[in-house]
Design a protein around this ligand. Structure first.
Ligand code: TA6
Length: 268
């Protein structure tokens, strides 16, 4: 089992593992969870939890081929800086990761990574990278959010109409027409996204609003890839959709010494 922080206030409940500052549960009081968590997820040191919000940093996917898939932050031990009760409806939890001997071997830059989570009837996540090095560095990143859904054939993602996207399955550049539907494996990186994204489910609509980001990743593994994914039941593809608030591919960020960038997502 991993050490984690639990917060229950009059709006919602949350669980955040110190490994990866990984939110693996968020539910508004009286409602089913908004985040999906695999029933067969790992909760072992060094293995990413399957579900919730993995933090992909300092690289999304294999954007930096010298790093593991999705970077190293999601299996790194964050420090819990504090939990602040703003009022009975809102609590803020802050966690921090800084460079270490191990990280410098993987990625030769000094950094501070701050993750600020605000828990209310909205889930607000702010991931701030600060360059503490003397050299400029490039990051790609994502809040790789797994959303709990009623059934994959009942959901659609709205707000990406006419947006260009990379189809990661075919490496083709295409343009979205209408809502994103799920009738096969979907693994797409949308660009030029500034608008609110809606996850329209049978009996609820979830809103995702991003700042400091213009790329959004939509992923569902469908049947075959779903069977190949680690820590996931074969039929789990029916139960979640990933809508990832990102700085991925051409939406990368270059940070000069002393500069900082915040990727922010508000989910409600
Ligand atoms: O964001 C989509 C994706 O890159 C998929 O291609 C799939 O690999 C998914 O992330 C999960 O990756 P993981 O390394 O967590 O198994």
């Amino acid at each position: 089992m991993l050490d984690y922080i639990e917060v229950n206030n009059s709006s919602a409940s949350i669980k955040i593992a110190l490994q990866g500052a990984h939110i693996f549960h968020y539910a508004r009081n009286g409602e089913k969870p908004i985040l999906w968590l695999s029933e067969v997820s790992n909760f072992e040191k060094g293995k990413a939890i399957r579900g919730g919000v993995p933090i992909c940093w300092p690289s999304f996917g294999m954007n930096n081929p010298s790093l593991p898939q999705h970077g190293f932050a999601r299996t790194a031990e964050f420090k819990h800086l504090g939990t602040q009760e703003i009022d009975s409806n809102t609590t803020v939890v802050t966690l921090k990761l800084t460079h270490s001997k191990e990280s410098l071997k993987l990625w030769p830059y000094k950094f501070e990574l701050l993750f600020k989570v605000s828990i209310s009837d909205k889930l607000t996540m702010e991931l701030t990278t600060k360059n503490l090095d003397e050299k400029t560095f490039k990051i790609t990143q994502a809040l790789h959010t797994y959303f709990d859904i009623s059934h994959i054939s009942d959901v659609r993602v709205r707000g990406l109409d006419k947006k260009p996207y990379l189809d990661a399955l075919t490496n083709k550049q295409l343009v979205q027409s209408g809502d994103v539907l799920f009738e096969e494996e979907v693994d797409r990186v949308y660009q030029e996204v500034k608008e609110q994204i809606l996850l329209v489910d049978k009996n609820r609509t979830i809103h995702i609003e991003n700042e400091g980001s213009s790329s959004v990743v939509i992923w569902n593994p469908w049947i075959e890839k779903g069977k190949r994914m680690s820590a996931m039941r074969d039929d789990a593809y029916n139960d979640f959709v990933c809508i990832e608030s990102a700085n991925a591919y051409e939406d990368f960020k270059m940070l000069k010494p002393g500069e900082a960038h915040t990727l922010k997502a508000v989910i409600y």
